[in-house]
Design a protein around this ligand. Sequence first.
Ligand SMILES: Nc1ncnc2c1ncn2[C@@H]1O[C@H](COP(=O)(O)OP(=O)(O)OP(=O)(O)O)[C@@H](O)[C@H]1O
Ligand SMILES: [Mg+2]
Length: 375
Amino acid sequence: MSQASEGRDLRLTQVEKQFAAFTAVHPLDLVVPQGTFFALLGPSGCGKTTTLRMVAGLETPTAGTISIGDAEITYEKPYKRPVNTVFQNYALFPHLTIVDNVAFGLKRRGVRDTRKQVADMLELVELTTQATKKPAQLSGGQQQRVALARALINHPEVLLLDEPLGALDLKLRRAMQLELKRIQIEVGLTFVHVTHDQEEAMTMADTIAVMNAGRVEQMGSPAELYENPQTTFVANFLGQSNLIAGAVQETGNGVVRVDMHGTAVSIPAERAHVNAGKAWVGIRPEKVLIAPAGEPIDAPGNHMRGAVIVDTSFIGVSTQYVVRMPWGQELTVFEQNTGARGVMAPGTTVDVSWRPEFAFLLDANQDVNAGTEEE
Ligand SMILES: Nc1ncnc2c1ncn2[C@@H]1O[C@H](COP(=O)(O)OP(=O)(O)OP(=O)(O)O)[C@@H](O)[C@H]1O
Ligand SMILES: [Mg+2]
């Protein structure tokens, strides 16, 4: 069913939105390649819905242009755009059956025989057996899939999803994430998905744009963003990071050498987003290795002694430690429970280490707590 028409990328060029004196979206450049799953991720109020509404035509940009392929749609009427939206409160028609809900868009456009298309759609979202029910007789996840079928039957080029799973409980949400991804691959349409749930964005998206206060802080694949964040906000909002104060000593030979409280650490140049002065050395908790003082650590790296465990949380698949470093800072360490070692109790003196290629280096002028929950 996917159409191989090339070059129908969704393109936002210097798109801006002001409400009176308030700028909800600062000039924004985005290209969403045709047929990809794109996520706009960010905290409440960062401008995700406003961006989506401009693409849908429900909000007019203050400046900039929006186009799909060669066609500019910046000021096109919403119903004339090859775009459909699925909202969080997907508002199915309660008095209509599932079949009639899904057929709605076709009927409104005067399509007489909708049976085949509706049957195909119900099969796609695996609701064939529910066809004659009313929405109230379905579960939340099933209703969500009806909303999806109702949008997809119009064959939009771009499907916009604004927190479509927000009303579902956690387990159902996880199941629907995989389902949505399967459907996107099957139909091959461009999906733009808005969420403030980083795990949701990482599970589904080919590309994530992390938004903060009306700006895109970083854009890339989930792995790129996670492994090589460029700002403290991205480092903290997408997963967790340890950020340690350091000072750049020298650069060269593809690395940036940093003094970190007396330990010399080397950060690969492509992961160093500052190369002079003060900096934050970033390392993800699962990249930090830990062992009782003096015992070997199974990886050569930046080795630091004299840390003390201050908190131990056993959570089954892993143990999460908080360790106090000699300079007083507490770091978070995740250790997978391979069974190789027992759980270490608070008070244990430990060595910690990480491989230098896993660290990243950020500008010290950025707020170290940006993007954390306590912020
Ligand atoms: N019609 C409007 N008039 C004035 N301000 C608005 C209007 N719509 C949105 N805003 C403001 O613009 C900012 C961005 O809003 P938006 O709805 O895009 O956020 P969001 O990222 O979708 O947040 P959430 O995750 O809570 O849905 C907010 O500060 C909001 O108060
Ligand atoms: Mg919103």
